[in-house]
Design a protein around this ligand. Structure first.
Ligand code: PLP
Length: 457
């Protein structure tokens, strides 16, 4: 009787959670930041937590047959809602677990009392050790020119994006400057740009159809979120100011063909090495006047950036760089790990999509990656000048006819994705995170391959 009621409770509770989750998905429509689908996350986590709690309680209380029946677990797997809507880089947790204590730091209670980090630096709240490790990693990977540039640290590259808008717009402009990006663009750009209805700047949509004269800011995301393609500016008119968002210009996602050399480049810890929760990003800026204005914005909005986070970020970056420069290390390096993982996910996903006849994915031609990987290891995963196929952080999936609303279609199969609408294109497309935990990605690919078999074509 006790056993029955526990199971019964679990089923009812899971069902309630799933229906609540689906309601949330239906009712929220758009959401703000890319990494934040908090409510969905909390509810989704609740279901998992409940299964875990059930297993624990069941283990502790039952006598002979101590595990839930296979049928319960099969049903649970089939019913499970897979949330791949947001780009939470939880895939990296395993790497950092394997790295163990190397990335552990102790911060004494007296540390970080002052607001200031480096009073002589243009960016006075930049921790010198963090700056050092940023420059070191760019040097090793070869993905950005950093000589004679200024590093500005931000609370994620999300804050830096806002700081850039503030810095690029003259305070005395008669009307707000148009901010554009070629569709499909990163879904957070419109919302962040317009969130405070600034008089300085205004979201103006797809750069390809932008025809207004005068100054403008074009956001160039390369490789692009959501579709993974490399990009260049598309408007190319006088008066244009470019911001290069290079969150994904790292060797696990795309071949590093040359060091990026642009006036304003944004990077983030979230997507480079997976620590989204530290909320650390950095900008590499050529013009000191622009850098100063960005610093001013951060000073006004948050009086700097958490020193503790910068110190932690410096440590994890150091661990990554050490693993490339220390020839004795036998452990898998971060970019080897993440490239391998991405490859292991993209290969079966492409197979499932090909077999289904219902979907399609972007095709990428292989390119030469100049990032050397570990030169001294007997078998580096990424060799110098190796031809490499890109493994984008998101799958930009297109539902073929007659499916018109891909997000709604996949939601019926309990797969939560982000509709093309949020990226300025049609609902035939969805963006699916490829950075989630193994179990979610595996289940997603398995479910997708079954949809192809089930659906009458
Ligand atoms: C293109 C792009 N830029 C910026 C960000 C935000 O990064 P952060 O976590 O540093 O704020 C994301 C996160 O998904 C992104 O995809």
């Amino acid at each position: 009787m006790g056993k029955f009621s526990m199971r019964h409770l679990l089923v009812v509770s899971v069902a309630l959670n799933v229906s609540l989750l689906l309601r949330v998905a239906f009712e929220t429509g758009t959401e703000g930041l890319d990494g934040v689908a908090l409510l969905k996350q909390v509810v989704g986590g609740g279901v998992l937590a409940e299964l875990h709690a059930y297993r624990q309680t069941h283990k502790a209380t039952s006598s002979s047959s101590s595990s839930p029946s296979t049928a319960t677990l099969v049903n649970y797997t089939e019913d499970r809602v897979i949330n791949l809507d947001h780009g939470d880089p939880t895939m990296y947790t395993r790497y950092w677990q394997q790295a163990g204590d190397k990335s552990t730091i102790v911060i004494p209670g007296w540390q970080s009392v002052s607001y200031f980090s480096d009073i002589g630096n243009l960016c006075w709240f930049l921790e010198p050790e963090f700056a050092k490790q940023v420059l070191r990693l760019h040097q090793i990977v070869g993905n950005a020119v950093t000589r004679d540039r200024h590093i500005v640290v931000g609370t994620g590259s999300t804050q830096l994006f806002q700081a850039v808008l503030y810095a690029l717009c003259p305070q005395d402009a008669i009307e707000p400057i148009s901010v554009v990006s070629a569709a499909p663009y990163y879904s957070s750009y419109p919302a962040i740009t317009d969130c405070v209805k600034s008089n300085l700047y205004k979201w103006a949509g797809d750069a390809r159809s932008f025809s207004k004269g005068g100054p403008y800011i074009e956001l160039v995301t390369s490789p692009n979120n959501p579709d993974g393609y490399s990009r260049q500016a598309v408007v190319n008119r006088t008066g244009g100011l470019l911001v290069h968002d290079l969150a994904y210009y790292w060797p696990q996602y795309t071949p590093i063909t040359s060091p990026a050399d642009h006036d304003i480049m944004l990077f983030t810890i979230s997507k480079s090495i997976g620590h989204a929760g530290m909320r650390i990003g950095w900008a590499v800026v050529k013009d000191p006047e622009i850098a100063k204005k960005m610093v001013k914005y951060i000073e006004l909005s948050t009086i700097g950036v958490s020193k503790d986070s910068q110190v932690r970020a410096a440590k994890v970056l150091e661990v990554v760089s050490d693993s490339y420069e220390c020839t004795k290390s036998v452990e898998e390096t971060l970019f080897d790990f993440s490239y391998r993982k991405m490859n292991e996910r993209w290969t079966p996903l492409r197979e499932a999509v090909e077999q289904s006849g219902l979907f399609s994915l972007p095709e990428f031609s292989p390119d030469f990656c100049k990032f050397s990987g570990r030169l001294f290891k007997p078998q580096p995963v990424m060799h110098l000048h190796t031809c490499m196929v890109r493994c984008a952080a998101f799958a930009w999936l297109k539902c073929e006819e007659p499916i018109e609303d891909c997000e709604a279609f996949l939601r019926e199969h309990k797969i939560l994705t982000r509709s093309g609408r949020h990226f300025g294109v049609s609902p035939e497309y969805v963006r699916i995170s490829m950075l989630d935990r193994d179990e979610n990605i595996d289940l997603f690919i398995e479910r997708l391959s079954k949809i192809g078999l089930e659906q009458p074509i």
